[in-house]
Design a binder for this molecule. Structure first.
Ligand SMILES: *[C@@H]1O[C@H](CO)[C@@H](O)[C@H](O)[C@H]1NC(C)=O
Ligand SMILES: CC(=O)N[C@H]1CO[C@H](CO)[C@@H](O)[C@@H]1O
Length: 457
């Protein structure tokens, strides 16, 4: 309360077509939350200014595919209602058989690996299963992948636009807006077991809700992301729990100039990866990303996990759970990876019932990095009262380092966000940050209408 940037609950994005040209405006949006992207993605315009021939309203996966493939620019794709890529046109759930009849994950696992999962073995059954996984994977990818083109906005109409099981691929494209959409994370039906990943192997999957791969100028705003109907604990146990999900918003291979704002990001493990390899030094100077006004709720890790990038986190609300009853127990909110340059300002961290040592163990994890700077973040183990003296980089620094971090970490910022772009830290203090984010984040907080003509699909 008391801060005008945060008190306006909803903004109206009205898209009204006049004559041949749609006037696309963010009318009446509050200065901070809705007007336009702040931060590294500040220059994003997406499909703004699209003529009506380049404006499409889609309600089916097929129409979304068609609209995405149109080679026109600038372009606006409005999503109306629910598009569910996990079911076929008759409403039947897609399964391995949909994409590769004869594939069975249990048969794949038992024919390709020793019973402890630690070693690969070969057999003709394994070869058959791997071939089916490969062709099935290609078929699933072609089915659920929506590759957007330059200068595109993908925006949910009203407050109930949903993309379920869809993979939005931003691959070598520039200038994209994604707004006001509920995303249920896609699942890779052909998840692969890697016995050499970690000490005891791991399942890995291919699809993110949104992949920013070598793409630049991207703004993801006022969306909701979740595993939804397919929470990780519902997956089968084969060696370990099968992990059908990859990231929600992953930024890799030279992705750059990205803003992720005002989203609810919840019930997921590997949430937002920035940089996918310690040896990818070509990412130096890139992967620049700003996150503000987001709620990360019951996310296990990577909010975000950063390599190389200058990453700015401000006014985000983190809500984690620990303990045996947690469905998505937090491993660590922020991953400090190789050459990462994270500047954190006025974030709110909540883990109910957590001790100071729990916060120290779960707020950050050092994964090859050497630096993080923070000012103004606060911690609460009750959801209301703030733990005094517990800071990310302040007096309790020794506790952070001692609890789980080998070596020391610099708390001095290596870059200054205000020298790169103008922004306002809208809320300060745990309670103000929490109430502002709860009031503003996620799908349905913008009211998006469009009454004009559309192009033909
Ligand atoms: C995207 O928009 C920019 C700025 O108007 C323009 O220069 C560029 O050619 C557009 N890209 C495509 C593929 O049309
Ligand atoms: C005490 C504590 O939180 N230990 C954790 C340190 O980090 C490793 C992984 O990097 C975890 O496995 C430990 O549980």
């Amino acid at each position: 309360m008391g801060n005008s940037h945060f008190t306006t609950r909803s903004a109206i994005l009205a898209f009204v077509a006049a004559a041949a040209v749609a006037s696309v405006c963010h009318a009446a949006a509050p200065a901070f939350f809705g007007a336009g992207p702040v931060g590294w993605g500040k220059d994003v315009t997406g499909g703004t200014g699209a003529p009506t021939s380049n404006i499409f309203i889609v309600s089916t996966l097929a129409d979304l595919q068609t609209a995405a493939k149109k080679k026109v620019s600038p372009k606006i794709i409005f999503v109306k209602g629910t598009i569910d890529a996990t079911v076929d046109a008759s409403g039947k759930s897609k399964s391995a058989a949909t994409y590769a009849a004869g594939y069975d994950i249990q048969t794949y696992a038992s024919s390709c690996f020793t019973s402890d999962g630690l070693h690969s073995v070969s057999s003709s059954t394994c070869t058959t299963q791997k071939n089916l996984a490969s062709s099935g994977g290609n078929a699933q990818s072609a089915d659920i992948k929506i590759a957007l083109t330059d200068n595109t906005s993908l925006i949910g109409l009203g407050s109930d636009a949903k993309l379920l099981g869809v993979w939005i691929s931003l691959n070598k494209v520039n200038n994209i807006i994604i707004q006001n959409i509920f995303f249920e994370a896609p699942r890779d039906i052909f998840a692969a077991w890697d016995p050499t990943d970690g000490d005891t192997g791991n399942w890995n999957s291919q699809y993110d809700a949104i992949s920013v791969h070598s793409a630049t100028n991207v703004w993801v705003d006022h969306c909701t992301f979740t595993d939804g109907r397919f929470p990780d604990p519902s997956a089968p146990l084969i060696f370990k729990r099968v992990q059908y999900h990859d990231g929600l918003i992953d930024i890799t291979v030279g992705g750059d100039l990205v803003t992720v704002s005002n989203n609810i990001v919840m019930d997921h493990d590997k949430t937002s990866l920035i940089g996918n390899g310690d040896s990818k030094t070509s990412d130096r100077g890139l992967l620049r990303t700003t996150y503000y006004g987001n709620m990360f709720r019951r996310t296990q890790s990577r909010t975000p996990r950063v390599r190389f990038g200058q990453v700015h986190l401000f006014n985000n609300l983190y809500y984690g759970e620990i303990g045996s009853a947690a469905t998505y127990p937090v491993f660590a909110f922020i991953g400090i990876g190789v050459e990462s340059q994270i500047v954190s300002e006025s974030n709110a961290f909540e883990i109910d019932g957590a001790s100071n040592a729990d916060f120290a163990a779960h707020t950050t994890v050092i994964q090859g990095g050497t630096q993080i700077s923070d000012t103004g973040s606060e911690f609460s183990s009750t959801g209301t009262s703030v733990i005094s003296g517990l800071t990310l980089n302040g007096v309790a620094q020794s506790a952070w380092v001692a609890s789980n971090h080998t070596g020391s970490i610099s708390t001095v910022a290596t870059w200054t966000p205000s020298s790169k772009y103008s922004y306002t830290v809208g809320s300060k203090g745990f309670a103000n940050i929490k109430s502002a984010v709860l009031a503003n984040a996620g799908v349905g907080k913008l009211t998006v209408t469009y009454t004009g003509a559309t192009g033909s699909l």
